[in-house]
Design a binder for this molecule. Structure first.
Ligand SMILES: [Zn+2]
Length: 66
């Protein structure tokens, strides 16, 4: 039996620096923690469904603003 490759491929926009980049998300994962490739902020990427090529993003670990 062949298992389909349920990998979602889409883009995110970093809410901190506005950088856009592409990321993969496994279809069986609700969300994934990544680091912005530009500012290294930890971001939580959440799928909006297989039909959406844009992931929802929120900051997972805000940096201390000191
Ligand atoms: Zn960023």
């Amino acid at each position: 039996m062949v298992m389909p490759t349920d990998t979602l491929y889409g883009t995110y926009r970093c809410p901190v620096c506005g950088h856009r980049d592409a990321v993969e998300l496994r279809a069986d994962d609700e969300s994934r923690i990544i680091e912005c490739s530009y500012c290294d902020t930890q971001l939580e990427i959440t799928s909006r469904g297989a039909d959406s090529a844009r992931f929802a993003v929120q900051v997972a670990a805000p940096r201390a603003a000191s």
